[in-house]
Design a protein around this ligand. Structure first.
Ligand SMILES: Cc1cc2nc3c(=O)[nH]c(=O)nc-3n(C[C@H](O)[C@H](O)[C@H](O)COP(=O)(O)OP(=O)(O)OC[C@H]3O[C@@H](n4cnc5c(N)ncnc54)[C@H](O)[C@@H]3O)c2cc1C
Length: 394
């Protein structure tokens, strides 16, 4: 027999997007089902490494939402949905402060403010972070917020799950409709295969991207674009599906770590890209439009890390697609390694202890999985799929 539930809102997906939507719905007094096809907390959000972009101006006071908006539009070659970019630039500082008020412990500046680091395409240090494990802290905080709301409901109504219930390891396979209106969702428990039906006038699709569709990817088995398929089958149009992000620096060698992301903060914190001759080739690939903004020699690029206001940015921090293009050109021109990649070196740039402090996951992960010690040797890198496949419109 099919299990049946009824909620004001059904949120499909328990990554950052789904959990934040669920909190908002509960705060509006609505009952919410949160559904995820793997364990609660096991979403791509947990894998995010380098940080969350928010123009708080904590490290460089010249930063602000307008600069962030401009960087986003320019990085997106003005193809972006400008209103989304505007909302993101304006609201992200509030979201970071909100996370902090819910218990997130971000790294700090010397003055005790939330620290911000450099990332590709961002004019100023802008990424709020927790070492290179930012997503873990985000998901932990959001889960804690959900539990806190449940505890409050228990105190007030005697039932922790009266308003928010989590259904984990449950896969949704269909959005239900009554005429033209969405009326719920249907799926099955992964363990038993038993069917489950949710009645709801509002269904939020927060199922993440399509990254696992690509052969070389940093995504896990969950990133198969289920939400896109559900929306399409329910009659919606999919837009901007070509916006899939290929991160310029994924591991290519050894095969045990192929596709795993090397966070952008490796470059943001001083790592440099070299070809197999050891040459910092990114100076060859600065597009005309960025020439006045980026250092054109190594000495200037290196000075920039010490004095950001009086030197132009290093070319390693060009917008991501320019970096990916440069890496591909090197490989095509045969200047990459025999395995087809180029090198990202932080070992010659920072003391070992500093690398372990700023990039603990990178250090552990590649040592354990590939026997590559990033405090002593460069990583061999090439583009890998990170996330994407964007919107569904009902
Ligand atoms: C390795 C890596 C590093 C990254 N680093 C950064 C970074 O530093 N900064 C940054 O801004 N971004 C980063 N990203 C991108 C960022 O993590 C994602 O864009 C973001 O987390 C997506 O959040 P989400 O909530 O939309 O999806 P996800 O976190 O992917 O959550 C999707 C949820 O949907 C559920 N789901 C999917 N299909 C179904 C179904 N059929 N039924 C039920 N549930 C379903 C899943 O179980 C999961 O709970 C990184 C991504 C990766 C992979």
């Amino acid at each position: 027999m099919t299990e049946k539930y009824s909620y004001d809102v059904v949120v499909i997906g328990a990554g950052g997007a789904g959990l934040r939507a669920a909190v908002e719905a509960r705060q509006a007094g609505l009952s919410v089902a949160i559904i995820c096809k793997s364990l609660f907390g096991k979403a791509h959000t947990v894998m995010a490494e380098g940080g969350a972009a928010a123009a708080m101006g904590n490290v460089n006071e010249n930063d602000g939402w307008k600069v962030h908006f401009r960087d986003t539009m320019r990085g997106g070659k003005f193809l972006n949905n400008w209103r989304m970019a505007e909302l993101h630039a304006k609201e992200s500082p509030d979201r970071i402060w909100e996370l902090e008020s819910w218990g997130a412990l971000f790294d700090r500046t010397k003055e005790g403010k939330i620290s911000q680091r450099n990332f590709g395409g961002h004019e100023y240090p802008r990424l709020a972070h927790v070492g290179d494990r930012t997503g873990l802290e985000l998901i932990r905080t959001m889960q804690q917020r959900i539990v806190a709301l449940q505890q409050k409901d228990k105190k007030e109504f005697g039932d922790a799950e009266k308003f928010i219930k989590v259904f984990s390891e449950l896969t949704i396979t269909e959005i239900l409709k009554d005429g033209n209106r969405v009326s719920g969702a249907y799926g099955y428990w992964r363990e038993s295969g038993d069917e489950v039906l949710f009645e709801s006038a509002a269904v939020v699709l927060a199922t993440g991207g399509v990254g696992k569709s690509f052969k070389i990817t940093s995504n896990s088995w969950e990133g198969t674009g289920d939400g896109h398929a559900l929306a399409l089958k329910a009659g919606s149009a999919l837009v901007d599906m070509e916006f899939v992000q290929f991160h310029p620096t994924g591991m290519v060698w050894p095969p045990s770590v192929r596709g795993i992301l090397v966070t952008e903060s490796v470059r943001g914190d001083g790592g440099v890209l070299t070809n197999s001759d050891g040459r910092r080739f990114m100076f060859d690939y600065i597009p005309e439009v960025f020439k006045d903004k980026y250092a054109d020699n190594e000495a200037e690029a290196d000075r920039w890390y010490k004095d950001q206001n009086n030197n132009r940015r290093p070319p390693e921090l060009l917008p991501r697609d320019e970096v990916a293009r440069a890496i591909n050109s090197e490989v095509k021109a045969g200047r990459g390694s025999p395995h087809g990649g180029v090198f990202l070196d932080v070992s010659s740039r920072l003391p070992a202890e500093e690398i372990k402090r700023r990039l603990p996951s990178m250090w552990h992960q590649f040592k354990e999985l590939a026997d590559v010690d990033i405090t002593k040797e460069p990583m061999e890198v090439g583009p890998t799929c990170r996330s994407g496949g964007r919107n569904a419109w009902f």
